[in-house]
Design a protein around this ligand. Structure first.
Ligand code: SF4
Length: 365
């Protein structure tokens, strides 16, 4: 991880963009070749808001703007913002006193907020409001003396942030395999919450097993797995029913992206691969395949999907149809520090954000 010394920029280590491979070849397939594109896919409202927050912080406050952790889990988005002047750091202690720092969409614990305040940082919180909702639930249940069984992945930034809101009262449950080992204080005051980007089916299985052990386990007040994660899983399930191969665009550390690969494999796809870029598609994946499903994680700009479609067209998969399983029109207002332009005038729609069409409706974000 980068550190700051002598004014040098600190950056999160990112995998290198893979070299472009030869163009894909058009090879014979048993039936007509086609692509089935999932919708919804790509950017969700929380990612859109977080990315605009960094862009706008750079515009309003000028460089440097620091960002704690990857603003969203996508290598292309992070490296693009880096080129625009954002400096990604792992910890607020790496940010010079008094500087602007943006907290990522995955959220932070109160300890991180305090750490930023201790350094007089000008913090801008780009935590997705749907993650903040889970934070509030954790705080409230903890205050009411509940124990929280948090279903989520150890080490994920969102999980660390949520656990930080109720550190004494939270037990992390990674999945069904953890259930036999969970020990609780009082079965009458027990609630489960979850990370927002999990597989719905696996989470429900974990809950079923937990409830077998603790029948009085309470449900969260509303779904913690967010609308975007759920919608993208429903869409890829439908696509996977007819696709022999599914290509999911997104980064390896993007939880919702990786879940889309799992969901595709569990719902009929014979093979499913995740790629950051079209250039990672391997010729042998396409051998003997007639129908390819394509989708993307919630932090993926549509331009990367379009590149995949271009490369697949080279390989004879030029016939593209879209399976639409939901419409999305949610848009979150920007963090309060960014609701005006640099001159202090309110921005369009009073939200402070750009008006963007949903990427899968407009073609490009
Ligand atoms: S995936 Fe869901 S929780 Fe995460 S940023 Fe998007 S809307 Fe928010």
């Amino acid at each position: 991880m980068g550190t700051i010394s002598n004014g040098a920029k600190a950056t999160l280590d990112l995998p290198a963009v893979p070299a472009r491979r030869e163009r894909l070849k058009d090879t014979p397939a048993p039936r007509a070749k086609r692509v089935v594109l999932a919708a919804p896919r790509g950017y969700c409202a929380g990612v859109d808001r977080a990315v605009i927050a960094v862009e706008k912080a750079l515009r309003n406050f000028g460089e440097p703007v620091y960002v704690r952790k990857q603003i969203v889990h996508n290598i292309h988005v992070v490296s693009t913002l880096e080129r625009q002047g954002a400096i990604f750091v792992d910890d607020v202690t790496e940010v010079p006193e008094g500087a602007h720092v943006v907290f990522s969409a995955h959220g932070v614990s109160p300890a991180v907020v305090q750490g930023a305040a201790d350094r007089n940082l000008q913090a801008i919180d780009a935590t997705c409001p749907l993650v903040t909702k889970v934070h509030r639930e954790a705080t409230r249940f903890s205050r009411d003396d509940y124990q929280i069984l948090l279903i989520g992945h150890a080490g994920h930034e969102e999980v660390e942030g949520t656990m930080g809101h109720a550190p004494e009262r939270t037990i992390l449950v990674n999945g069904p395999e953890d259930v036999p080992f969970v020990e609780v204080d009082d079965v009458e005051r027990l609630v489960w919450l979850s990370q927002t980007t999990l597989s719905v089916d696996e989470t429900m299985e974990t809950v079923r097993l937990l409830r077998e052990r603790f029948p009085t386990l309470q449900d969260p007040p509303s779904d913690d797995i967010c609308y975007a994660t759920q919608n993208r899983q429903v869409a890829i399930k439908k696509v996977a029913e007819e696709a022999e191969l599914v290509i999911v665009v997104g980064s390896a550390n993007s939880s919702n992206t990786v879940r889309l690969v799992d969901v595709a494999l569990e719902n009929g796809a014979k093979a499913a691969y995740r790629v950051d870029y079209a250039s990672e598609i391997k010729q042998e994946w396409l051998d003997g395949v007639s129908t390819i499903g394509v989708t993307s994680g919630a932090s993926v700009p549509e331009v990367l999907v379009q590149e995949v479609l271009t490369d697949l067209a080279d390989a004879g998969f030029a016939d593209v149809s879209t399976v639409v399983t939901a419409e999305e029109d949610l848009m979150f207002s920007l963090p309060k520090e960014l609701r005006t332009d640099a001159a202090g005038n309110p921005d369009e729609r009073g939200l402070g954000g750009r008006v963007r069409k949903l990427d899968w409706q407009s073609g490009t974000p």
